[in-house]
Design a protein around this ligand. Structure first.
Ligand code: GUN
Ligand code: ZN
Length: 473
């Protein structure tokens, strides 16, 4: 066993209960006499939490150290580097220690993407259409290739490496309707030991024949995938009906039955992204009160459900989200690229948990920093603001909370899994020049959020193992 100490500037976000655990009175006794120096928990910054009623606190340690056990792949502790280094100084009877000096870099928890389609990496940036035509003309054509195990394997491998190059260590992912597409993704994720959620996509109507799988068969496919992969290592299964248009009522109902028969399997689908889509659903379900009512009726809603988009919702639908605990995943670059519309972040957050996601291939970048930059602009167009702390909380602890994974990932609390990114805030000449003008941490983080992308990711560590290093590092 080796103890790895990563010396760096540390930034992460604490929930109320995390903060209570970190209070000086509790840890003053734990051999940390200089607690006052250890951390700056910012109690004055008010962040909108994903979990109603909670408070969120940024914690920044300028001269920090993160301690990782390479056998368990977990965080042992974190704190001020002087305290940590003297505590772990090599001595008789103590485990071997390796110090990684990143003192001019920022270490943050690994980023989490709550909605992305791995097969669509092959058709990202497809010209000219809005949702329904884009699906028919580009998406379904590409997804039809994933019946070939080699395509599925090669693309899953490429995609996961791209996620890591962007600092993303966990994601909730769409595969295709071919069960082997989910299988290939899980196999590769399991090999990398990344914490991932996916499942075969359920489609049995209004799509090309090769992508349609009859309702009962498709649910059997999902059942088999659950049996093989759910909670195996760091993998989780999501029941994945594509959306109300491409599933028959029977397929949706069977999906709902399967969902309610489990207490930890996830469910993901799309909701109210585009006006023509909403009108089509209305046509298919004229006797339902609206789009969300279809999913509610089929038993698809609940705290383990994440619905992508949710741009066009009526008040009773927001209330239904609140009552069922259903989460919304906001996908800014996708909403802009497909001309879908402007997401009302403060309103949605006032009803339920909101996460943020890339939605590649409608989204135009796998970078969660780029995603935040576009989210900021979408809020600006509606006279709302999105601070850097709010955004960086969201892509780490906030997204973990929305996916019910915050007991495992999302910040540096002891015993969490050691998924983190080493960020070079001066990775480009422009960033270096702009950072030199900044006068506060908040200003630096905002510049990072607006100008940062995969170029700032120097290293990505997954469960204590380095899985990506930039060419420059
Ligand atoms: N709605 C149904 N399928 C999709 C998809 O693949 N991408 C997006 N953005 N919306 C969808
Ligand atoms: Zn999507």
């Amino acid at each position: 066993m080796t103890i790895h100490i990563y010396q760096a500037r540390l930034l992460h976000y604490l929930s109320e209960s995390d903060r209570t655990e970190r209070t000086p009175s509790k840890i003053a006794n734990a051999n940390q006499p200089d607690y006052a120096q250890v951390s700056t928990i910012d109690q004055s910054t008010t962040l909108l939490p994903v979990t109603a009623g909670e408070r969120i606190y940024p914690e920044y340690i300028a001269d920090g150290a993160l301690v990782v056990d390479d056998v368990t792949g977990r965080i042992v502790e974190y704190g001020h580097s002087k305290t940590i280094l003297s505590k772990y100084a090599n001595a008789e009877g103590k485990p071997a220690v390796k110090v990684h000096d990143h003192r001019d870099k920022l270490i943050m928890p690994g980023f989490i993407d709550t909605h992305v389609h791995y097969p669509q990496i092959d058709m990202i940036a497809a010209y000219g259409e809005q949702l329904l035509d884009w699906l028919n003309n580009y998406t379904f054509v590409t997804e039809a290739n994933f019946g070939d195990p080699k395509v599925a394997h090669d693309t899953a491998q490429f995609f996961l490496n791209q996620l890591l190059a962007n600092g993303t260590t966990s994601a909730m992912v769409f595969a295709t309707s071919h069960p082997l597409s989910a299988e290939a993704f899980f196999a590769e994720s399991h090999r990398l030991n990344t914490r991932m959620i996916t499942g075969n996509v359920l489609m049995d109507q209004n799509a090309p024949e090769p992508l349609c799988v009859p309702a009962e068969q498709s649910i059997r496919d999902t059942q088999n995938i659950i049996d093989k992969w759910h909670e195996r290592g760091r993998q989780h299964v999501a029941i994945t009906p594509r959306f109300a248009i491409t599933s028959s009522p029977e397929q949706l109902r069977l999906a709902g039955e399967l969902y309610t028969s489990y207490d930890s399997v996830y469910l993901q689908t799309h909701l109210a992204e585009n006006r023509d889509e909403v009108a089509f659903v209305q046509q298919l379900y004229p006797n339902h009160k609206g789009y969300l009512d279809v999913y509610d009726d089929m038993g698809l809603l609940g705290r383990r459900t994440t619905l992508a988009h949710g741009i066009y919702l009526e008040t009773p639908e927001y209330e239904c989200l609140r009552e069922t605990g259903t989460q919304i995943s906001h996908c800014p670059t996708s909403n802009l690229f497909l001309g879908s519309g402007l997401f009302d972040l403060p309103k949605t957050l006032s009803y339920t948990g909101v996460s943020i996601a890339t939605d590649v291939g409608a989204g135009t970048s796998l970078s969660m920093l780029t995603t935040l930059s576009e989210a900021y602009k979408i809020q600006q167009l509606q006279s709302n603001q999105l601070s850097a702390h709010q955004g960086l909380y969201q892509i780490t602890l906030g997204n973990a909370q929305s996916l019910l994974l915050d007991d495992k990932i999302g910040n540096f609390m002891p015993n969490k899994e050691a998924d983190f990114v080493v960020i070079d805030m001066k990775a480009t000449e422009l960033l270096e020049r702009r950072m030199a003008q900044t006068k506060s941490l908040e200003e630096q983080l905002f510049v990072l959020m607006m100008l940062g992308d995969d170029r700032v990711i120097e290293q990505t560590v997954v469960a204590g193992v380095s899985r990506y290093r930039s060419a420059a590092s």
